[in-house]
Design a protein around this ligand. Structure first.
Ligand code: HEM
Ligand SMILES: [Cu+2]
Length: 552
């Protein structure tokens, strides 16, 4: 493994490897980054389905104002575990663990990650974490929301809450191990012929994400372990009657969990920067601006966490500071959005499923970003805090952003991973249903929130019933949207059209090897001769050569 710095003509080493992995290799402690990537993606998707079922159950409950479908405590448990699973066991592991592991070594011309065994260990921390969360339902399920603020979390379903904490500490550890691996891999194992300004933007995004995870995750772990002590061992870090302080928990929690939104979106931005230029057949607009804006988001993103605490008795100067810092983050984010639109502008756009999801993301993320700007402004947030306006906002960025980006990535790289193309008709059906479902479910929630419907309730005032019914119908459309996708994946994996090595005409290195890539990726390490986004540039060069020939 770890030998990308060998001379470029080094032949494939390690003869003890089989030619290709068998299906059962995917169920073992395998150290191949591509196997680990697929393990992450498939496991995360299974958790997505579980989290999705919880969401559909909640929306069924919310179709009417009364509590007639789920017991309110079970509603709280579903709400908590839905949020937790979607974040910690779906988006983060799929984006970072799945795409990150699969793509980073390929994109930089390496044979594997820097620490393959650590990589496998990081993956295998995830299934037990998920099992712990699900097993916690035997003890009532954690009910204090994915934020688990004390004192609520210290008095409700405490056994389940402790299991929840252990699960989060496990995935947090996984995330820290993964980050170290990505940073070292990108820093040290780039093929020597690749200059830094030829590093694919997905890798820049992974670098920024990993730095952020490395700085912020330990803080969450610390906060949660203190909570575990408060619940089980009689300490009083967060108990005011014994000299503790509840607000400290909120600081520790949000110091991680605001950056966590960037952990969920930066790799997705990276996917966008790969998908858009390939299918628009144009060089990416503003390569450096996109690369550096990831790093800027990473730095500024560490100083905005108190925007979640505007109603926690924060002093006015703090509200002012964090309003301003929050609005500043919108700038590097806007830079990316404009760069993608400029890349699309005048491109020879291939409107396939990958591109549709990318464009869908652009439109929905902008909406989520705009509601985010309103929420980041203390005078507005104080009125809509803890209402459905917040639920609408974060589902626009998480579903319309992260999930759409994951789908775009799957349609884009499935041919590389499996050697087969996904069916486009099913893909487009999947997109249309997902796009309609997402907007139908989450757009009306803005109105509910502005009119004052609180979040995290199983029963509500009957005046909100009609609009809630629309949201619930949307949730069912979303549930059905998964069906064409699942059929597509299973069918195409076995019988889809053979893709060839480079079906999209991509220029980044992952397209330079076979589909699927061999174990250790390369027969001979690739040599980088041009940038990953130089679409059309070569042809222009050729045609001028031809012109010159003609002139002569
Ligand atoms: C299948 C589509 C989805 C539906 C129908 C859905 C629905 C819901 C519902 C009904 C709630 C509870 C709101 C409340 O009572 O306050 C909720 C909360 C939440 N959802 Fe989703 N959701 C979906 C997808 C997602 C995705 C993809 C993510 C993240 C990537 C996500 C993250 C969250 C989070 C973090 C919470 C907050 C939990 C809490 O308040 O503790 N959801 N969702
Ligand atoms: Cu935040």
């Amino acid at each position: 493994m770890a030998q990308a710095q060998l001379p470029l003509d080094t032949p494939l080493s390690l003869p003890e490897h089989p030619k290709a992995w068998k299906w059962y290799d995917y169920f073992t402690f395998n150290v191949d980054h591509k196997v680990i990537g697929i393990q992450y993606l498939v496991t995360a998707f299974i958790f997505y389905l579980i989290g999705g079922l919880m969401a559909v159950a909640m929306r069924t409950e919310l179709a009417t104002a009364d509590s007639d479908f789920l017991d309110p405590n079970l509603y709280n448990a579903f709400l908590t575990n839905h949020g937790t699973i979607m974040i910690f066991l779906w988006v983060v592991p799929a984006a970072i663990g799945g795409f990150g592991n699969y793509l980073v070594p390929l994109m930089i011309g390496a044979r594997d990650m820097a620490f393959p065994r650590l990589n496998a260990l990081a993956f295998w921390l995830n299934p037990p974490a998920g099992a712990l969360l699900l097993a916690s339902f035997l003890f009532g399920g954690a009910q204090a929301g994915w934020t688990s603020y004390p004192p609520l979390s210290t008095i409700t379903a405490t056994t389940a809450q402790s299991m929840w904490i252990l699960a989060i500490v496990l995935v947090g550890t996984s995330s820290i191990l993964g980050s170290v691996n990505f940073i070292v891999t990108i820093w040290k194992m780039k093929v020597p012929s690749m200059r830094w300004n030829q590093l694919p933007l997905f890798c820049w995004a992974m670098l920024a994400t990993s730095l952020l995870a490395l700085v912020s995750t330990p803080v969450l772990a610390a906060g949660l372990i203190l909570l575990l002590f408060d619940i089980n061992f009689g300490t009083s870090f967060y108990k005011p009657d014994a000299g503790g302080n509840v607000v400290i928990y909120q600081h520790l929690f949000w110091f991680y969990s605001h950056p966590a939104v960037y952990l969920m979106i930066l790799p997705i931005f990276g996917i966008m920067s790969e998908v858009i230029p390939v299918h628009a057949r144009k060089p990416i607009f503003g390569y450096q601006a996109i690369a550096y804006s990831s790093l800027a988001i990473c730095c500024v993103g560490l100083f905005v966490w108190v925007h979640h605490m505007f109603t926690s008795g924060t002093p006015p100067w703090m509200r002012m500071f964090f309003t301003i810092s929050t609005l500043i983050v919108a700038v590097p984010t806007g830079v990316k959005i404009f760069s993608w639109v400029a890349t699309l502008w005048g491109g020879k756009i291939r409107l396939n499923s990958a591109m549709l999801f990318a464009i869908g993301l652009l439109s929905m993320f902008v909406l989520g970003g705009l509601s985010g700007v309103t929420l980041g402004t203390a005078p507005v947030d104080i009125h809509v805090h803890d209402t459905y306006y917040v639920v609408a906002h974060f589902h626009y960025v998480l579903f319309g952003g992260s999930v759409f980006g994951l789908y775009a990535g799957i349609y884009h790289w499935f041919p590389k991973m499996t050697g087969r193309l996904l069916d486009e008709r099913l893909g487009i059906l999947h997109f249309v249903l997902t796009f309609i479902g997402t907007n139908l479910t989450f757009l009306p929630m803005h109105e509910l929130g502005l009119k004052g419907m609180p979040r995290r309730v199983a029963m509500y005032d009957p005046q909100f019933e009609p609009v809630n019914l629309i949201c619930t119908i949307g949730a069912f459309v979303l549930a059905f949207s998964i069906i064409p996708f699942l059929i597509n994946i299973i069918w195409s994996w076995n019988r889809g059209k053979v893709a060839g090595d480079n079906p999209w005409g991509g220029l980044s290195l992952e397209w330079a090897t076979s589909s699927p890539p061999p174990i250790e990726n390369w027969e001979v390490l690739p040599v980088v001769t041009k940038g990953p986004y130089d679409y059309g540039i070569e042809r222009r060069q050729e045609s001028t050569d031809e012109d010159r020939d003609e002139e002569e």
